[in-house]
Design a protein around this ligand. Structure first.
Ligand code: SF4
Length: 336
């Protein structure tokens, strides 16, 4: 009888079907103290900065017209540092839309050095549910090399503040930013897991045209992580997050039209490659717990692509573990 085990991802794609869609309202660079060296939010969001009054009016029209409820997200800038009364005005709109049944939850993204307990408490009272912090790393060396303007302790304190304010916490990390190593990422992910965020996003650092990082890269002063290094590091990160029951909501940037990527670990299937590799590492570690080495891995049909990877790229790795891969109609995996 095969020994069964579930997919290690705490939130598998089939489980997310019932969750409301996230509707992003982009506020590119609004509230930001400057432009970070790797950031081109207008190109990343596909939206140029515009007066907040116009963003607010358009959001009201678009959201009111939606036939289904959504989770409203204020992304692309530093929401908690918007000048008064803009956070209040956007959250008033969200409350109005929530009362009308158009919005179920409200989230925003911001910087770790742009929150205080008082501010978070106030925003929660106005209807904010979740804060995604652009932590990028908890490593002082990486934060300093990337000129983020805060230290790891600030990022850590901000994460705790969000949770203590009774808000959901999202953490964004940027593997491979200047000064950041694979070992830093492993530590960052351990720290992240210990903070029990509701979601994590991992955006490997890319060199975007028009950023300060592009200049550093052209002068040879910055080298992005190679794709293979990134996939391996993301796979290890995924395993840590999966083991802690934390979903990785996103791996890699969504590339909008107009975004020019000059260099970096860019691949349309980056997330899938990392997931496949993470699954392989999971199976490998599981095998080590068996007194006698199993020779067959039974895979639910729907996970065939994820197990074997793009173009069956991982078939040889499973063979290297002494495993023959067989598909079956069960929901769980099996080994014998
Ligand atoms: S704070 Fe965030 S959105 Fe603003 S410039 Fe920096 S990375 Fe971009």
């Amino acid at each position: 009888m095969p020994v069964r085990f579930p997919h290690p991802d705490p939130v598998r794609p089939t489980q997310t079907g019932g969750r409301p869609r996230v509707f992003p309202v982009f506020l590119p660079l609004a509230g930001c103290p400057g432009r970070c060296i790797y950031c081109d939010q207008p190109a990343q969001t596909g939206q140029a900065p515009e007066p907040l009054e116009a963003v607010l009016a358009r959001a009201r029209v678009e959201l009111s017209a939606l036939p289904w409820p959504v989770e409203l997200a204020f992304y692309g800038g530093t929401f908690t540092a918007l000048p008064s009364p803009w956070p209040e005005r956007f959250l008033d709109l969200a409350a109005e839309l929530r009362a009308g049944g158009h919005v179920t939850r409200v989230r925003c993204s911001t910087r770790p050095d742009a929150v205080t307990p008082e501010l978070l408490h106030d925003l929660r009272g106005r209807g904010l549910d979740l804060v995604e912090l652009g932590v990028q790393s908890f490593s002082d060396t990486a934060l300093s090399a990337s000129r983020r303007g805060y230290e790891g302790a600030t990022a850590l304190a901000a994460c705790r503040m969000v949770r203590e304010a009774g808000l959901g916490l999202g953490i964004q990390l940027m593997p491979g930013m200047p000064g950041h190593t694979s070992a830093d990422l492993a530590r960052d992910v351990e720290t992240t897991a210990s903070l029990l965020p509701e979601l994590v996003r991992l955006y490997p650092c890319l060199v975007l045209e028009g950023t300060e990082l592009a200049g550093l890269w052209r002068r040879g002063a910055f080298a992005p992580w190679p794709l293979a290094v990134t996939v391996e590091a993301l796979a290890r990160a995924l395993r840590t997050l999966w083991a802690a029951g934390i979903p990785a909501a996103r791996l890699g940037l969504v590339e909008q039209q107009g975004l020019t990527v000059l260099a970096g670990p860019r691949h349309p299937a980056l997330g899938q490659m990392a997931r496949s590799r993470a699954l392989l590492l999971h199976v490998r570690d599981l095998l080590a717990t068996f007194p006698e080495a199993p020779d067959t891995l039974f895979v639910p049909r729907r996970w065939q692509g994820e197990v074997l990877g793009q173009g069956n790229a991982l078939a040889a790795d499973y063979a290297g573990l002494g495993l023959r891969v067989e598909l079956w109609d069960e929901h769980e995996f099996g080994v014998e």
